[in-house]
Design a protein around this ligand. Structure first.
Ligand code: ADP
Ligand code: MG
Length: 260
């Protein structure tokens, strides 16, 4: 057998070994293979060995940059948000991360940016929670995986604000709480959500309280574009609630949010 032939066989064997590992792990975790690369599977496996995840469940959402899965924790339901490393829109992340003083010394490559983004979402959720804003409680951030409290019941996530049927008076109640949460975020957490809309607010049907989610792009007030992001959030919220007869002016709302 010639050298070339031998090399070729070795290469094929290596490829086969790799795919076997993937098959084995994905089987154990009962997840779809194409969503998870081997490093992601390894982190999930470690998290399950540590008892943080008891069992992975089905997909809740497939977004532009991340997939969200249901999981069972040791004592409560969990949501597992997994940022895809091969995500094509990470350029946008760059702009949010690079100007954030908390993340000035990360290396400028895709993986590092995604890992920093995941840590940032964890920290933002924590700060929001501490400020009294209802958000999923973050559990752990590991590389590209964020584990948090599942906002829902019996494997069913709460509906998005966008998909909730509301009477005008119910909408007004929710609107007031959304504005109060924006104020708490701004004043107590020093944060602007920066992607706030009916797509990133869940509604707890039991008491109609809003729940802010998706805080990877949230920025501190020191971020050079924080005012612009806040104004955009305000406009999104007013646009959505205008259909329920709420006609506040953006400037009035800004004043309320920035009030003591
Ligand atoms: N903690 C959670 N509990 C329940 N459902 C969640 C949770 N986090 C996210 N989801 C669901 O997953 C979807 C996508 O999550 P999100 O954080 O908004 O990611 P994306 O960046 O893809 O928009 C949400 O619209 C929501 O339905
Ligand atoms: Mg979202």
């Amino acid at each position: 057998m010639g050298m070339d032939q031998e090399k070729k066989i070795k290469r094929i064997d290596r490829a086969k070994d790799k795919s076997r590992v993937r098959e084995k792990d994905s089987e154990r975790l009962k997840v779809e293979e194409n969503v998870f690369d081997v490093p992601t599977l390894k982190i999930l496996y470690t998290l399950s060995n540590k008892g943080i995840i008891k069992a992975m469940g089905g997909a809740i959402s497939t977004g532009k940059e991340a997939n969200v899965f249901y999981a069972e924790g040791p004592d409560k339901e969990l949501a597992v948000k997994i940022y895809r490393i091969a995500s094509s829109t990470f350029k946008a992340m760059d702009a949010y991360i690079m100007k954030d003083p908390r993340f000035t010394n990360i290396r400028n490559n895709k993986r590092d940016i995604i890992f920093a983004w995941t840590r940032k979402e964890f920290q933002n959720l924590k700060r929001a929670k501490n400020a009294g804003v209802r958000v999923p409680e973050p559990v752990i951030a590991e590389k590209n995986i964020l584990i948090m409290e599942f906002m829902g019941e019996k494997e069913r996530p709460y509906p998005l604000l966008k998909n909730t049927y509301l009477e005008d008076d119910e909408a007004k109640l929710i609107f007031d709480t959304v504005v109060e949460y924006m104020r708490l975020l701004y004043k107590k957490a020093n944060l602007v959500h920066a992607d706030l809309s009916e797509y990133n607010i869940l509604i707890d049907p039991k008491d109609l309280t809003p729940i802010f989610i998706d805080m990877g792009q949230s920025v501190t007030l020191e971020h050079p574009n924080s005012r612009e992001f806040l104004y955009r959030d305000v406009q999104n919220i007013l646009r959505f609630f205008s259909r329920y007869g709420i006609k506040d002016k953006p400037e009035e709302l800004l004043k309320k949010i920035q009030a003591e």
